[in-house]
Design a binder for this molecule. Structure first.
Ligand SMILES: Cc1cc2nc3c(=O)[nH]c(=O)nc-3n(C[C@H](O)[C@H](O)[C@H](O)COP(=O)(O)OP(=O)(O)OC[C@H]3O[C@@H](n4cnc5c(N)ncnc54)[C@H](O)[C@@H]3O)c2cc1C
Length: 289
């Protein structure tokens, strides 16, 4: 399939990219890894007249800890996340997430920022970023905005980003000691989007009492879901089979799946319950290490 004709623009700075986006308005789209946008163009679902390719902007690919945050640059690829020693040693939930996205070819190109900007509830990083309490740094003609992830996803394929804003960084608060997280996804076959996925991140004290918790759900609603009631049920409680079981049930109740080729609604709710139970269990194991 060949996409419709478009004009290809290659800015080398953020300000140049922003002015091109402003100049061409709704007709222009940012191109980063191209792993979502190009397929949409080939299916003629998206028909941008201008593609603003941001890949030649330098200084946007990094993973580092700074000022109390893990900072991931706007052009950091999934493959960089997957192979980062920092991620492996301190942020296994991010490794869990990156490694189940598509296949190595897609991960070599796809960016974490693009995964969020696309606003697809089936994408895997949104739930993980919700669990981690991430912030999205958006740079546009009016300067920089820091957007909390819990308000970022507005509806299907729609985020809080303005037309001329580029995600330049993702910030994750560095978890305190005794923290752990996990992302689990069920897919029909390797490389597929999730039938359902669950991200859980928690911090416990020395007695195993939950101090902090985040739970995000993948592909069981029009947007990625923050399972607020499930989180509340565990906060301040000892992490054990009973509290995990209760949270798992609440997360299933909070999910809003629809029946489709990946399975009926009821099955997906059951899946959310089981994945939440397992993700919380693994997160706790990692926190207690
Ligand atoms: C075969 C296949 C299987 C896949 N399976 C999975 C999967 O299992 N799980 C999963 O999570 N994803 C999956 N994906 C999607 C893939 O991970 C996404 O392509 C990627 O997450 C989007 O990032 P990108 O850099 O490729 O963005 P692009 O395709 O370049 O852009 C996507 C959208 O985001 C916008 N955008 C991109 N970067 C920015 C930015 N920095 N600031 C503002 N807006 C921006 C673009 O304008 C566009 O609207 C799959 C893709 C393919 C092709």
């Amino acid at each position: 399939m060949i996409p419709p004709a478009f004009e290809y623009l290659r800015p080398t700075t953020i300000s140049e990219a922003i002015s091109l986006l402003q100049q061409h308005g709704d007709g222009a789209k940012i191109l980063s890894g191209g792993q979502s946008l190009i397929p949409l163009m080939k299916f003629r679902i998206a028909r941008p007249a201008y593609l603003v390719d941001i890949n030649r902007i330098s200084g946007l690919s990094y993973i580092k800890e700074e000022g109390g945050f893990l900072k991931i640059g706007g052009l950091t690829r999934e493959a960089d996340v997957e192979t980062s020693l920092l991620i492996h040693s301190k942020y296994p939930i991010l490794f869990d997430t990156a490694r189940v996205i598509a296949d190595p070819q897609v991960r070599n190109m796809a960016t974490l920022a693009g995964n969020l900007a696309h606003g697809d509830p089936a994408n895997d990083h949104p739930a993980t970023m919700i669990a981690l309490g991430a912030q999205v740094v958006a740079t546009g003609s009016q300067g920089e905005r820091v957007l909390p992830i819990e308000n970022f996803f507005v509806t299907l394929f729609t985020t809080e980003l303005r037309h001329d804003e580029i995600i330049t960084e993702i910030r994750i608060p560095i978890p305190p000691p005794r923290s752990g997280g996990a992302y689990l996804k069920l897919e029909r076959k390797v490389g597929d989007f999730a039938t359902a996925g669950v991200a859980a991140q928690l911090t416990v004290d020395s007695a195993g009492i939950c101090q902090k918790i985040g739970i995000g759900l993948t592909n069981v609603g029009a947007t990625p879901i923050k399972a607020v009631k499930a989180e509340e049920s565990v906060r301040g409680k000892k992490i054990d089979e009973a509290s995990i079981g209760k949270a798992a049930q609440l997360a299933a109740d909070e999910s809003q799946p629809s029946s489709d080729l990946r399975g009926p609604e009821e099955y997906k709710r059951g899946l959310v319950k089981e994945l939440t139970r397992r993700a919380l269990g693994r997160a706790y194991e990692r926190a207690a290490k």
